[in-house]
Design a protein around this ligand. Structure first.
Ligand code: FE
Ligand code: FE
Ligand code: ZN
Length: 301
């Protein structure tokens, strides 16, 4: 099982990320090359990158399974020409950074078609990505399946296949997010039905990453609020069936579940759940007390 979580990219760049991933017992991870909410980026430090790679090989983390996530404030679906230009140049920079680090995959939110039609939004995404692909940087852009909040695009198989068919590039793939699929209306209790359709319209070989999250909301809610594994509306057994689905073998699973709040601490600390969620997923057995256990464990430290 290839499993990890999103981690921070700190002062020591990728080295910070690897240390955090290792502390969770993960064998992969996902990182942003800076804050996900802005586009300020530092140059890559070669020394820390070297240390990061050494620590990865010591801990059986294959860099081919490590995922980058583009900041979600760039909007490839926008009608605004300046913003389109910015999305293109920023994505090119981001792909170059991934290439420099040796990272093969970058997840991208396809964006929102605010103030325009769905078709116009999809065509803008295609235009932006075509411009980026012209650079021929050997890093695969994984379009993330979205929940359908507001005018988000990339919310079903027909939108994804429209984008992917028009780009026709080996450097385009898909990242499935279980919370987003559920919120967009995909019944994950019948996941093979979804995979059949995906296989027919896009091809399962395009799936390169899975964001494994539970959802705070009901099927089809279009909300996009992640819950801890087994503590949401998707539920543990449905998520475990996805993890164990033979058709998705070897695909990196990335947790983006929320930190746990410490309810009786007035500093209101938050604890990362990943170490505990990873071991619970590996065990295949749901622990309904997990969130309390996490609070207690962190308090002991
Ligand atoms: Fe995402
Ligand atoms: Fe996600
Ligand atoms: Zn989300």
């Amino acid at each position: 099982m290839i499993i990890g979580s999103h981690v921070s990219y700190g002062k020591e760049g990728l080295f910070t990320s690897v240390k955090e991933a290792v502390s969770y017992g993960a064998n992969t991870f996902m990182f942003y090359t800076g804050a996900p909410t802005n586009t300020i980026r530092k140059d890559i430090d070669l020394e820390y990158t070297k240390l990061a790679k050494e620590l990865m090989s010591k801990n059986d983390i294959d860099i081919n399974n490590v995922i980058c996530h583009a900041p979600y404030i760039i909007n490839p679906a926008t009608f605004d020409l300046e913003k389109q230009k910015f999305a293109i140049s920023f994505l090119i920079q981001e792909l170059k950074r991934c290439f420099q680090l040796g990272i093969k995959y970058i997840v991208l939110h396809p964006g929102s078609s605010v103030g325009i039609t769905k078709e116009e939004g999809l065509n803008n995404i295609i235009y932006v990505l075509k411009e980026v692909l012209k650079e021929n940087i050997p890093v695969t852009i994984l379009i993330e399946t979205m929940a359908g909040k507001g005018s988000e695009r990339g919310i079903d198989i027909s939108e994804l296949s429209y984008i992917i068919d028009n780009l026709d590039s080996k450097y385009i793939g898909v990242c499935l997010d279980t919370c987003h699929l559920h919120d967009s209306g995909v019944d994950l209790t019948n996941f093979d039905f979804y995979l059949d359709l995906f296989s027919e319209k896009i091809g399962l070989d395009k799936i390169k990453c899975i964001h494994l999250n539970d959802s705070k909301n009901e099927l089809g809610s279009h909300k996009d609020r992640h819950a801890n594994i087994g503590f949401g509306h998707i539920g543990f057994s449905t998520l475990i069936n996805i993890v164990n689905n033979d058709r998705l073998k070897g695909i990196p699973l990335i947790l983006e579940t929320p930190y746990i709040g410490d309810y009786d601490d007035d500093k209101n600390r938050l604890y990362p759940p990943y170490k505990y969620e990873i071991s619970m997923i590996k065990s295949g057995k749901f622990n309904p007390d997990l969130l309390n256990l996490i609070r207690l464990e962190y308090k002991k430290q």
